[in-house]
Design a protein around this ligand. Structure first.
Ligand code: GUN
Length: 450
């Protein structure tokens, strides 16, 4: 008996046709989705991957830009470009082709990519999402494998899944994704003693080791599902996987060919992630806030926040708007009942460029924070953030982090190098929101609260 094929090429074709439709819808709303690909050096395999990604973009109506750098490029040059791309309105996804030269710290580079444009799913935010469930951009190869299994209606819940290869790109995220789906997962790697002890237990065997012929027929049980992620170029120029396909196929129930299995799916899922990023961006920009429309400051928030059903941050400008914010302060912090509060804020707003940023949900202010720019001799320019209050601070961090993200963006826009937080922030331990923000954080303690 011979295994049934998990045909990634055919499935990719079908998915790409529907991606083209989605892409067109986005284009009709303004512009085509955009992917930036950064390629450093001359690695022949990387060049082929990048070419395939560009071709797939063309096929799906996604605009792609490839940025080529010599392998002597500095980390600083790459960071500069990524920051430009993070801010670009034409780019929805950013991908840095790996591996990078040794002198470039890959973690630093990936960490610079905005989590909302991290279509490779390598940013720590997206990786963290994999751990707790609910990442926005799943890494493309494991995402493609998952879709191959789903499409063939191969149940993973309760199954023994054995993964060979513990890379950050394939093995580890794959394990987390299938664990989430109820599989019992073992990860084998280069130091595993007696690999076949594990592989023989596998109902589903996923191999991503980069070693041609690593998995032979005697290492698998009958009816196993075999997913071969390996792409190895042989001396004669042919491409082969990590599995002895010709022999293993007689024992397996399903198997992926190489080429034509996982490879095309990886590229297709990259396009899926890019289009998703564009759709999320579009849905944010189209958020409708009519009442205060003349005061709206719409920015591109990290897209994952859409999941919290967050409306736009708005700046309270008129007396009535300030009063509405004050109401929230008053309800949430009964201690803040000083009558002159509103007048004081209004005065401050005029004299000190003091503003109130707030979030409205279902027509109601649910979170607000005062802020202003301080110019200090010793500290330079800083964004001073006054009491930040949300109605669900302890239960739902979504509101607080959304507002904080916005405030950080505003600080960047206004070229502030520091954030000053008032004592209320210290009390609610909000500093952790700012870890890795790149700002100097100063906590100001006042003896008296507003
Ligand atoms: N190098 C090998 N696979 C990948 C991938 O999925 N993404 C990136 N950025 N680089 C790779």
């Amino acid at each position: 008996m011979s295994a049934r094929m998990l045909d990634g090429r055919t499935l990719s074709k079908e998915i790409r046709a529907s991606l083209f439709e989605r892409s067109l819808r986005i284009k009709n709303n303004g512009r085509a989705p955009g992917l930036a690909v950064i390629l450093v050096g001359n690695d022949p395999a990387s060049k082929v991957y990048v070419r395939n990604k560009s071709k797939a973009c063309d096929e799906c109506g996604v605009m792609s830009k490839v940025f080529l750098f010599p392998k002597t490029v500095s980390e600083h040059e790459l960071v500069e470009l990524i920051e430009e791309l993070n801010a670009s309105n034409e780019i929805d996804g950013i991908l840095v082709q790996l591996p990078l030269p040794e002198h470039v710290n890959m973690r630093n580079i990936i960490g610079c990519i905005s989590a909302s444009k991290d279509v490779d799913g390598f940013h720590l935010y997206n990786v963290g999402g994999l751990v707790v469930g609910g990442t926005i951009f799943p890494p493309c190869t494991p995402y493609g494998v998952q879709l191959l299994l789903e499409t063939a209606k191969i149940e993973v819940s309760g199954k023994n899944v054995v993964i060979v290869g513990a890379s950050n790109i394939v093995g580890k995220p794959m394990a987390l994704m299938l664990l989430q789906k109820g599989a019992t997962v073992s990860i084998c790697h280069i130091k595993t003693n007696d690999l076949s002890l594990y592989t023989r237990l596998a109902d589903i065997l996923i191999v991503a080791a980069g070693k041609p012929g690593l998995i032979t027929a005697d290492m698998v049980k009958n009816d196993v599902v075999v997913i071969d992620v390996g792409i190895n170029r042989m001396p004669d120029g042919s491409i082969t996987g990590d599995v002895d396909f010709d022999n293993v196929k007689h024992k397996a129930s399903w198997i992926t060919p190489v080429p034509g299995g996982v490879g095309p799916m990886t590229v297709t899922m990259l396009i899926e992630n890019t289009i998703k990023a564009a759709e999320l961006r579009m849905s944010i920009n189209n958020l409708e806030v009519t009442k205060w429309s003349n005061k709206i400051r719409c920015k591109d928030y990290p897209n994952y926040l859409v999941k919290f059903d967050m409306p736009t941050v708005i700046i309270a400008g008129t007396e009535n708007e300030v009063k509405e914010c004050y109401e929230v302060y008053r309800q949430l912090r009964p201690a803040l009942t000083r009558k002159s509060f509103t007048e004081q804020i209004l005065r401050q707003m005029k004299s000190d460029n003091y503003k109130i940023a707030c979030i409205k949900k279902d027509g109601k202010v649910v979170a607000c924070a005062g802020f202003r720019i301080l110019e200090t001799l010793s500290w330079g320019k800083a964004l001073y953030i006054d009491d930040l209050i949300t109605d669900e601070m302890s239960r739902n961090r979504g509101h607080a982090s959304h507002l904080i993200t916005w405030l950080q963006e505003e600080a960047k826009r206004l070229s502030c190098k520091q954030l000053h937080l008032d004592s209320g922030f210290a009390r609610i331990n909000a500093h952790r929101f700012y870890q890795n923000s790149g700002f100097h954080i100063r906590s100001l303690h006042f003896s008296k609260e507003l």
